[in-house]
Design a protein around this ligand. Structure first.
Ligand SMILES: Cc1cc2nc3c(=O)[nH]c(=O)nc-3n(C[C@H](O)[C@H](O)[C@H](O)COP(=O)(O)O)c2cc1C
Ligand code: SF4
Length: 486
């Protein structure tokens, strides 16, 4: 992952822990309404893909175990990882693109309800994404995948040559010289791997996205509702389709790109269709970016506008993230696909302990506060959820007390210790396994390996009932908390 050049190292700063009584009387542990639902507290575990599903996208026993551990910590809201809304092979990504997934998701909802003793409301993050290919072997790309165009012929001065001669010439050229021959997209396909964009309107299935996505999201939401999941989070963040519609980089010329009014149009149309299908009594919100953190991308003025529009349209909650885009991703190895969390925007999404003067903790709080203010200024009370670098009670509580967010989430801190909220609420904060923001977990995610935390994945490996990851070296879930130390 990209690191800020300052390379300043930070140790966790959880601050003082509250007594049980202080926790009970805090804002963080007080209830809040999300549309028609009440959360028992303003605590939240946002979506995290742990790669526990299988090639068919099922809710496996490992998926159940994974969410059971978070539910035992009794957060007010728990979001199931990014889950694919199309019925297409998607590797070991969880899926909701067909009715056959409903029984598994029902079992997941029941598991969370049971493990949290009814205290946690479960949401599912619904995602659509475009195609990305692995970085090709250069010779293979130039031999087979590159379409030889008149522009390439002209750049080589080989207008009359046959295709084989062109390909041989290109293969014999030093890589740097290809800059003068291939266009930016061809070079990207060669050096990073081909990646579809929402602006590729010359490609029929990309042009037709506004026609198909609202129904795909709506069908997925209806399945979530049927499965007894408490609400839906539309994934409008990071590197994926809807975030790319929202991004300032979206240059579609069909009324769905260009101005911010046009860029927000499809996300609003998808939400409207979802609402039509699930009804007014089912919580629906979205996750989106305060800032893209890439050249020419969206910033707080854009996200403030989107937030007010989402609130006006009747979304029940707005969950904020930042960065995590493909545009600045690191070049992958040949045979591997680019990963959107490897550049500076990826760092802003999941900041690690090696950082700059600001540090890795709470980088989205002020942008989030600005977005929340825009929602309030527009006359809406829609709850805003902020996440990023929170690993102690004081910080979470301060964000709420200062009115910078309505709900505060913890992602990696929950991974490090799924019992975080339970411990803090019981006045046992000193027993929390505090996240060190090493991004070991993120490294596993990047390789699509089962995600675990370095603070617990080798502990008590031989204890009864401990399940191991596919490589046999790590436990799949965190050791459960035995309750307050005597
Ligand atoms: C392993 C891992 C998987 C993640 N998967 C998702 C995801 O599926 N959807 C999403 O919106 N964010 C995802 N995130 C981002 C987190 O939800 C969160 O925004 C980010 O980690 C910053 O919060 P934190 O500092 O509390 O970890 C993931 C993060 C990690 C570490
Ligand atoms: S591996 Fe554990 S300690 Fe390191 S960042 Fe991930 S959750 Fe935190």
């Amino acid at each position: 992952m990209w690191k800020p050049p300052e390379r300043i190292k930070y140790a966790p700063e959880p601050g003082a822990w509250p007594t049980r009584i202080e926790a009970e009387s805090s804002l963080w542990f007080s209830p809040i309404r999300i549309g028609p639902l009440t959360l028992t507290s303003r605590t939240w575990v946002p979506a995290m893909v742990p790669w526990r599903s299988n090639e068919e996208g099922w809710v496996t026993d490992d998926v159940l175990d994974w969410y059971e551990q978070f539910a035992r910590g009794k957060p007010g809201g728990l979001v199931i990882e990014a889950t694919g809304i199309r019925d297409i092979p998607s590797g070991p990504l969880l899926r909701i693109g067909h009715d056959r997934y409903i029984p598994g998701l029902k079992e997941l909802a029941q598991t969370v309800r049971r493990a949290s003793e009814g205290q946690t409301r479960l949401f599912i993050q619904c995602i659509d994404f475009l195609a990305i290919r692995r970085r090709p072997d250069p010779a293979k790309f130039l031999d087979r995948f590159l379409v030889v165009t008149d522009d390439i012929r002209a750049a080589l001065g080989m207008e009359a040559a046959d295709e084989t001669a062109i390909r041989e010439t290109l293969k014999a050229m030093p890589d740097a010289e290809l800059d003068g021959v291939l266009d930016a997209r061809q070079l990207e396909s060669l050096r990073m791997g081909f990646r579809e964009r929402v602006g590729d309107t010359h490609v029929p299935h990309i042009r037709d996205l506004p026609g198909v996505l609202p129904d795909l999201f709506a069908d997925a939401a209806q399945r979530a509702q049927e499965a007894g999941i408490d609400g839906v989070e539309l994934h409008y963040a990071h590197a994926y389709t809807m975030a790319s519609f929202l991004s300032r980089t979206n240059d579609r010329d069909d009324g769905y790109g260009g101005s911010r009014e046009n860029r927000v149009r499809l996300p609003l149309e998808a939400f409207a269709r979802v609402r039509e299908v699930v009804g007014a009594d089912y919580p629906v919100g979205c996750r989106f970016l305060t800032e893209d953190i890439v050249d020419g991308g969206s910033g707080v003025p854009d996200s403030s506008f989107y937030a007010a529009e989402f609130a006006r349209a009747g979304m029940d909650f707005l969950s904020l993230s930042r960065g995590g885009r493909f545009e600045d991703a690191k070049q992958p190895n040949i045979g591997e696909a680019a990963y959107p969390y490897t550049g500076r925007s990826g760092y802003e999404c999941m900041p690690a302990y090696i950082s700059d003067e600001f540090g890795p903790f709470g980088r989205n709080i002020e942008p989030g506060a600005a977005v929340r203010k825009a929602v309030r200024d527009a006359g809406f009370e829609t709850p805003v959820i902020v996440t990023g670098g929170v690993h102690g009670f004081e910080k979470g509580e301060r964000i709420l007390q200062e009115g910078k967010a309505d709900i505060v989430g913890i992602a990696r801190q929950a991974l490090a210790d799924p019992d975080f909220f339970l411990k803090v609420r019981a006045g046992c904060g000193s027993e929390v396994r505090v996240c060190e923001y090493t991004n070991y977990c993120e490294g596993l995610d990047q390789k699509h390996k089962q995600v675990t935390c370095k603070l617990w994945d080798r502990k008590e490996l031989d204890a009864p009932g401990v399940k191991r990851t596919l490589d046999g070296k790590r436990r799949t879930t965190a050791p459960a908390w035995a309750g307050p130390a005597a």
